[in-house]
Write a protein that binds this ligand. Structure first.
Ligand code: PBG
Length: 327
């Protein structure tokens, strides 16, 4: 081939050329920082399995939210860790429960400058660690759980969340929560449906993060890793029920699912780069086996390329700082 018409390497010759011809670039505005707030601690509590991530006090949570705003991060997703747990997750519906206090604290601190999202799920609040209440046989009772989600959602809206993230994978949860919000007068609070959420081994470090009491697994309500088509059904159901945004979770082992959902969804699509994905890269980097910053950027760019409009990542603030310095 003496006169090839195409030599793709022409567009790779210099950093400026590569920057100009890049098909995708990351933007802090599309990043969402997941954050944990724990009741009854006076100092932030570092997580062993997620180096760099902490359980926040109300105070340190406010600081993290303010820092995210300064760096242009798009949103924050809040999870609460209560001091007391019971079979029905009472701390989740308590207006003064730790998650609702966390939402209020962040809303006081940043107002509308950051989209404040909160987790609507019972696993952080139940003494058995499941995402819903149990029936007589120890199985998660779908419809009894929905009623509690409705009450949790209203309290989170009252506390000042802009967006609620129902993550429990109960059938019908979006419809019930939407109805509860309408009835209570919170018509502008949006729902970010964890539509295609898979039962994943990569949630491991999150269990430490929320001090989870779970024994067993979530396979009767979260999706099976073997299924791709089913994700479309889950998204369609959530859209019919009134989801304003939909999510695929985890991200890196489900990029095919993310691409499928991105191709069909008429609403914004998010992907959650979860605790285990974070932990793997941090652990490999700590061992000197991979270049930390390049691996982080590459992993998040891959999620964007697969079709995510919004990316939940524990690196949101750090990534935003890198993006700012490289401008
Ligand atoms: C459930 C919930 C989980 C995560 C977010 N919401 C845990 C689970 O489903 O087992 C995991 C997030 C992560 O691993 O980073 N409330």
């Amino acid at each position: 081939m003496s006169f090839p018409q195409h030599r793709p390497r022409r567009l790779r010759t210099t950093p400026a050329m590569r920057r100009l011809t890049a098909e995708y670039r990351l933007d802090p505005a599309e990043l969402i920082l997941p954050a944990f707030v724990r009741e009854g601690i006076t100092e932030p509590n570092p997580l062993t399995s997620m180096p760099g991530v902490v359980q926040h006090t109300l105070d340190s949570l406010k600081k993290a939210a303010a820092e995210a705003v300064d760096l242009g991060v798009g949103g924050i997703m809040l999870f609460g860790i209560p001091a007391e747990r019971d079979a029905v997750g009472s701390a989740g519906t308590d207006p003064h429960g730790i998650l609702n206090r966390g939402i209020r604290a962040v809303r006081d601190e940043v107002g509308d400058d950051l989209v404040i999202m909160s987790d609507v799920c019972l696993d952080e609040f139940t003494d058995h660690g499941h995402c819903g209440v149990l029936d007589g046989n120890g199985v998660v009772d779908n419809d009894a759980t929905l009623e509690i989600y409705g009450r949790m959602a209203v309290e989170q809206a009252r506390a000042g969340a802009h967006v609620l993230g129902p993550s429990g994978m109960m059938d019908g949860q979006i419809a019930v929560i939407r109805q509860a919000l309408e009835t209570a007068g919170y018509k502008d609070v949006a729902l970010f449906a964890y539509a295609a959420k898979y039962a994943s081994a990569f949630y491991g470090p999150f269990r430490e993060a929320v001090d989870s009491q779970l024994k067993g697994d979530r396979r009767t309500y979260q999706m099976d890793a073997a299924n791709r088509r089913e994700a479309i059904l889950e998204v369609e159901l959530d859209l019919e029920e009134g989801a304003d945004m939909v999510m695929v979770k985890p991200a890196m082992s489900y990029l095919d699912v993310l691409a499928d959902v991105a191709a069909m969804s008429p609403v914004p699509v998010g992907a959650y780069q979860i605790s285990g994905e974070y932990a793997m890269i941090e652990a490999a980097a700590a061992n000197g086996w991979i270049d930390r910053r390049r691996a982080i950027e590459e992993s998040v760019l891959g999620i964007k390329r697969a079709g995510a409009n919004m990316i939940l990542t524990y690196w949101a603030t750090e990534l935003a700082a890198w993006l700012k310095e490289s401008k």
